[in-house]
Structure formats: C-alpha cells, structure tokens
Design a protein around this ligand. Sequence first.
Ligand SMILES: O=C(O)C[C@@](O)(CF)CCOP(=O)(O)OP(=O)(O)O
Length: 326
Amino acid sequence: MEEYRGICRAHTNIALIKYWGKRDDELILPMNSNLSLTLDRFYSETQVRFSKDIVEDCFQLDGEWQDNSEVEKISRFVDLFRQLAQVDLACEVISYNHVPTAAGLASSASAFAALAGACNQALRLDLDPLALSRLARRGSGSATRSIFGGFVEWEKGSGDHDSQAVPFDDANWDVGMVVLTLNTKKKAISSRRGMKHTVATSPFYQLWPQVSEEKLLEMKAAIKARDLDWMGEIAESHAMLMHATTLSANPAFTYLEAESLKAIEAVKGLRQQGYKAYFTMDAGPNVKILCPYSQSQAIIDALAPEFGADRLIASRPGPGIQYLEA
Ligand SMILES: O=C(O)C[C@@](O)(CF)CCOP(=O)(O)OP(=O)(O)O
C-alpha cells in the first residue's frame, strides 16, 4: 500500500537582526537580510503521513484537530512538496510545539521548518538544507532560519532561488538567552499583518532596509569577535528601530506593553550590576535577554522577585533540524 511517513524536529530561533517587511508576499522574500540564534530549549516535532487511505488533508496541533483555515495553510505548504515529488496523496500532519505556553514564543518558525523536514523525509526528496530552508521560507519567513543551528543568517537573495538561510556561527561558546514571558495571550496583530501595515504606512520604514544591512554587517563582526556587549548593543538598537517603525505606522500600533518597558529598564539595571544582559523583542510584548549562558541562572534569580521565576526560562543555543525515525 502506498504510504509515506516522515518525522522531524526543528528549534525556535530569535532574531538579533530582525526580518521586518516583505518585498514579495507570495514568495515571502524579505526586504533585508537578517540573523538569529536558534534556541535549544524550544522546538516543534512534526510528523507527516501521506497515504491513499487518507481522504483529505488533516492537521493535529498539540493534540487538537485544527479547523479548515489552519488545514488550508498546511495544505498549500505541503503542496510545494507534493509537486516536487509528483505525488497526489492527501496527508495527515501531527505536530507538537515543545514551547511551554509560558514561553509565549512564536512557534510558526519551528513548526514550518519541522514540517518541511518531515515532508522531505516522507517523500524521499533528498533536499539539501539550503533548498529546505527556501521551502520552509514559503511557510513563514522566520522558519527559513530554523533549518540550521547556532547563529543563522537569512540572506535576502534576489528571488525564490537564493533567498535562503546559511549557518553563520555554531555558537559553541558561552552565549545563551533568557526568555521573559510577560503575557502569553494571542497577539492582536500578527507579525504578518504588522509588518505589512508598517511597510505600507510608516514614513520611517524607507530607512529600514539600508540601516538593517549596516547593522547586520556590524553584528556579524561582533559575533566573530565573540563580543557579547557589542552584539547586545546592536541587538537592542535594531529591536527598537523595528518597534519605532510600528509606532510611526498610520494608524500607529505597538507590541510594547507597560511590563515590556519595565523589563527593558530591569535589563539595563542588570548591566549596572555587572551582568552582560541585553534585550530584544519581536511582534509581541515578551522580552528575550541575550547573555552569557553561564550568567543565565543569576539573571533569572535577579529578575524573579519582580517578574516571577515561572516566567523566566533560559536556553542554550540549539541545533538545526533533526530527522527522527519515521
Ligand atoms: O523573527 C524576526 O526576524 C522578527 C519577527 O519575529 C518580528 F519581530 C518577524 C517574524 O515574522 P514571521 O512570523 O516569520 O512572518 P511571516 O513571514 O509573515 O510568517
């Protein structure tokens, strides 16, 4: 009986130089190259089964069968792999996000990267990681980067054929991240909608591509120098540049909440106490703290009285995708 199975694990990544704005919505081509750190602590595990005995595509996430709109997104993505394999079979996707809700991290990056890997294995496409990152990109931009571990650059490229991730540094040194989760409720404005509105209406956005390319060059030098203070200064600056574009959109909006600003001040306070701690933030109120992994527990202990230890989770750098036994 014709049946194909694949199962794959992919880890979450946090951008230090942000992807913010598309030059092509359909192909998900970014306005600027960007760079992230893959995290060990948070990952998605996704299995896919193609079979004649499956009547139509179905998708189970964390034990819950998903509705048609979610299945439709998955089907469109899996179609890319079905076309490559010349296969016309329906599939069943079962995915678990090992991202504690308390971590409030977007899991679309790890989930689409894991699904890409699972399809690659199931359909025996034998796609190399670069090709796989180009396909993961079609699910969600940040998924491009979760194919690789450590510090990863997503090169904006000139089109679908070369907009892909490349490993930049294996992060095999004393670096890590503490995730401070301020709230885990579903965001009002998704990153997809937020960046589209910003590109369309912020007068500041025209500066974003050039400034981001400059910041990226500097960040790469700072990582190669393993200079965490330098990396942190760049990361904080770039995160705030991103949030400045949303504040200058029309109508304006922001992902920053009162507690986010408190957390930013607390991180600056940690530096005055001698810690190497630098914040970054994405399309949500939660704060991620770049630091030496060796300081992460002390940083958690220092922040716990104000924010609660249960909202503070440390992670080492994580690996690229892992193919598991199907
Ligand atoms: O991760 C970063 O570089 C920065 C962000 O997280 C926001 F701060 C963007 C993530 O955007 P994503 O969810 O990938 O959007 P999609 O391509 O519309 O699915």
